[in-house]
Design a binder for this molecule. Structure first.
Ligand code: TRP
Length: 323
């Protein structure tokens, strides 16, 4: 059986983009592979979050992952900082990670540009910590987005370098798992390309949004002046609303609005009302499970403990062998 490892930094409430972009795929993988999913809280420290917020965020995302269907019975779900072995492997890998190659990493250069006053060593060695996460369980594949591909390449470099240096055939070369054409685009509500944390709150749909909030956000989404002639192409704003509809509405409903757009009879108010209704139907059961989970702190700490025990067992074996 293949081993799959992936992690996500705790950034607060999950939004529709992270659900359809990543989580849904992880959830499918847990059925067929030996999966490790963890909350990458140490990675978050590179940008100096407020400690109280970070601790809260770890709990929030854990509850929300589980509510979305990540199954602790099938996958090992754990919190990075509870598995100290990762730090030891990070230290070992750092011995063979060179300044030049770390400085050339795109995500590092971006961070330096955005935040020149916080160029710390943790930020520089972000890719070694990530390699440690992955190699700790000798992963075969890592389901991540395109933006993480360079980090995966470095993980392979570090794995090979270790093997070469100690003349062993120990670490495998994990591949980045891209879901290719199955990747869905989840746009924001403000006409922007992508739903993400960095966009305005009003453009982002959270899985915990209450019905009234959800409705308000969708009803206020950007539109245009409407189709001026039959069969005209859709503007980005309208295309976005249709993209969101494709995630949550029935195909008949989408066809009906597509037709109305083509013959210029569409009323955007109706389109949004329908989208709001279908979105609410989609989100309601998830939101309910999130609330159940969040109030069930005992269950959450139990599964975090069990996940952590499993992860530590796997990690300790690696560390023993690496030493
Ligand atoms: N860097 C990843 C991101 O920002 C998070 C991450 C940390 C990760 N460690 C990992 C992803 C190991 C996959 C495997 O999304």
């Amino acid at each position: 059986m293949k081993t799959i490892v992936s992690g996500m930094r705790p950034t607060g409430n999950l939004h529709l983009g992270s659900y359809f972009g990543a989580l849904k795929n992880f959830i499918r993988l847990q059925q067929e592979a030996n999966c490790y999913f963890f909350v990458a809280d140490y990675h978050s420290l590179t940008t100096h979050p407020n400690p109280t917020n970070l601790h809260q965020s770890v709990k929030t995302v854990l509850a929300q992952y589980i509510a979305c269907g990540l199954d602790p019975e099938k996958a090992t779900v754990y919190i990075q900082s509870q598995v100290p072995e990762v730090v030891e492997l990070y230290m070992f890998l750092n011995m063979n990670a060179y300044l030049g190659e770390l400085e050339r990493v795109t995500s590092f250069k971006d961070k330096v540009r955005q935040n020149p006053q916080n160029v710390n060593a943790g930020l520089l060695t972000y890719p070694t910590l990530m390699a440690a996460d992955i190699l700790l369980h000798k992963a075969d594949a890592v389901p991540v987005g395109k933006d993480q591909e360079q980090h995966l390449e470095m993980t392979r470099t570090f794995a090979n370098r270790f093997n070469h240096m100690y003349q062993v055939d120990y670490f495998k070369e994990p591949i980045a798992w891209n879901f290719g054409n199955e990747l869905v685009k989840v746009p924001g509500l403000d006409g922007s390309g992508k739903m993400s944390k960095s966009e305005a709150e009003s453009a982002t749909i959270y899985l915990v949004d209450e019905p009234s909030v959800l409705k308000k956000k969708i009803m206020r989404a950007k539109t245009d002046a409407g189709p001026q002639e039959p069969n005209s192409p859709k503007s980005v704003e309208i295309e976005n609303l249709f993209s969101l509809m494709k995630l949550v509405s029935k195909s008949e409903v989408i066809e009906q609005f597509d037709k109305a757009y083509a013959d210029c009879s569409i009323r955007y108010g109706d389109l949004k009302k329908q989208l709001a209704e279908d979105m609410e139907n989609f989100i309601a059961p998830i939101r309910e499970r999130i609330h159940e989970m969040e109030s069930n702190t005992e269950y959450l700490s139990r599964i975090a403990k069990e996940g952590c025990d499993n992860a530590i067992a796997s990690a300790q074996q690696t560390i023993r062998e690496v030493r």
